[in-house]
Design a protein around this ligand. Structure first.
Ligand code: NI
Length: 141
């Protein structure tokens, strides 16, 4: 009998400013494409990051130690983005247009190696809420 796999999720919230703007486009094209999200001086959101790890339940009873997962999420994401301007302050987002989709991809790239290094559980989903009523799911890069 194989042991079942379970999924464990930890969530954090952070607040950031950003501006959707593609430097390859003209100002008029950006304004048309991104609308109010292209506002010159940016705007803010409360973001929510949910990180899900899947694995069998070992003798310890933990797929991954929640304290370890929380520290990884803070060190890799929260400490870099909370109360920051995503387009100006965050080195690992340089060159990316700061949509929730691109945040999810960038967060996955940062979170997967340290989670994998811990052994046991495997990163299976990174969910990024921009505000409370819409989110993006990333299942791998
Ligand atoms: Ni926005």
């Amino acid at each position: 009998m194989t042991s079942p796999e379970l999924e464990l999720t930890h969530c954090i919230e952070f607040s950031s400013a950003h501006r959707l703007h593609d430097p390859a486009l003209t100002d008029a094209e950006n304004a048309k494409l991104y609308g109010p999200c292209n506002n010159l001086n940016g705007h803010g959101h409360t973001y929510r990051l949910e990180v899900t790890v899947r694995g069998c339940v070992p003798r310890s009873g933990m797929i991954i130690d929640l304290n370890v997962l929380r520290v990884i999420m803070h060190e890799e994401v929260f400490d870099h983005v909370d109360h920051k301007h995503l387009d100006k302050d965050v080195a690992f987002l340089a060159g990316r247009i700061s949509t929730a989709e691109n945040l999810a991809l960038a967060f996955w790239e940062r979170l997967a190696p340290p989670i994998e290094k811990r052994g046991g559980g495997q990163l299976v989903r990174v969910r990024v809420y921009e505000g409370s009523d819409s989110f993006v799911d990333c299942f791998g890069v």
